[in-house]
Ligand binder design. Sequence first.
Ligand code: ATP
Ligand code: MG
Length: 557
Amino acid sequence: MSDESKASTSNFIRQIIDDDLASGKHQRIRTRFPPEPNGYLHIGHAKSIVLNFGIAEDYPGTCNLRFDDTNPAKEEEEFVAAIEEDVQWLGYSWGELRFASNYFEQLYDYAVELIEVGKAFVCDLTPDEVREQRGTLTEPGRESPHRNRSVEENLDLFQRMRAGEFADGSRTLRARIDMASPNINLRDPTLYRIRHGLIHHQTGDAWCIYPMYDYTHPISDALEDITHSLCTLEFEDHRPLYDWVLDNISIDCHPRQIEFSRLNLEYTVMSKRKLTQLVQENCVAGWDDPRMPTIAGLRRRGYTPQSIRQFCELIGVTKSEGTVEMGVLENCIRSHLDAIAPRRMAVLEPLRLVITNYPEGRTEVLQADNHPKDASLGTRELMLTREVFIDRADFREQANKKYKRLVLGGEVRLRNAYVVRCDEAVKDADGNILELRCSYDPETLGQNPVGRKVRGVIHWVSATLGHKAEVRLYDRLFRSANPGRSDDFHSELNPDSLKVVHECVVEPVLNQAQVGERFQFEREGYFCLDNRDSTPERPVFNRIVSLRDSWGRVEAG
Ligand code: ATP
Ligand code: MG
């Protein structure tokens, strides 16, 4: 295929595929994304999704969504539905939707084949005994006393395992490979174990024996005619077993397993076990908490699917391990939103400003551009009234010239409106500033005053026509860049990862904001309505990302 038709950048896996197409080994490419439905998808999974579905999109090919559901103890229907939603939200459609459990009958038959040719046996050792006899990197393992059972006895016992005659942990089916192999994965690995009393979300109580991942995965791939089975580096040592399984059963298809490095992201954890812990221990408000690195969390936070896909393209696919800075992900959403987000004004910490020479009761409708660089986003109406709110941080009684905002006796422009001068700061008995009394220059709409220098431009919202809103400001979930090395990672949580600002005021048109719309609140960052907690009476805005990268600065401070 020509380079121009490829939407994505190449990588070592795409080069292998190019070669396989050029040599005629394959005419069509088939990949799969194989999540275990034991949690929500995270940004690491997005890397695998963009790789697998991206290949299917760019080559003549398809990508299946296959649930690796061989461990019913930890899996749930809720996760199946969430994973489907997340893949679709990222903008992909699967060739076929499959479950590894669809193949339980075939997997059983292939196990019988292995027994028949003397390549698998029923072992009566307990899981602990198996582990203990497995050996180490420097010592070979010991052969099971049941390794040389006759084919007939093995067939009988395996059939009775399936029929439910034996208790959990009392027997397993094991491959008969090599207890002295330098690769521990080849030391007679377990293929099936007994699990009674579980209700599988797909197969109910039909089975009491369940196949292991290393046995299930290659056969599932082969049954789906997958050409390239892409997985993360920890499976490199399992590849000989993947190949052994397919070489020893009567199946023609033999997919090629290729490993790539996992995505690690600073200041967060990525393993589903740890993410589950955060949810179950209420460290966050659920799987879709906007601080979570889950796809559902990023969606609720306001990330666009395009920005996540762009991030995955940017980090690329290699075999080298590393940790990506959070700033890389944030830059992707920031640059996307800079291009597409309409501008609005919102005051997070309101300070009343009274324009004393502005007529009481007058409302002036001003037109403002929605975007400074994209006229196609149109304009909106701003309502100027005698009393407005500005941000408390935009006023100081005194400041040096570097302070480009309002000072006593100084002038600033109210964004898209007039220049105002601060004449007086009204205070309470304790010296707290209650309101500012200012005067405006009617000649300064759309033009600069003559002969005076205005310090800067600040944002504002009409005090009478603006809407109250809650704003949620998010920071990193963890204080340390690489948390979760130990199981007690609670002490590494950032106690200030969520700051709720209750009494914000937003400009009138934000009244019509819809879930899914994203805005730049000028000088504050990018925001969207929270899809869970926002109501028409009480809008809640999430800060998606700040206007500038603050990670380095926070680090130094
Ligand atoms: P976890 O340790 O979070 O449970 P997992 O690898 O067990 O991750 P699966 O549901 O089995 O999770 O993963 C589905 C696919 O996504 C696999 O092919 C896996 O290799 C890939 N994947 C998971 N995490 C990452 C990651 N951080 N970076 C890249 N790919 C990942
Ligand atoms: Mg897993």
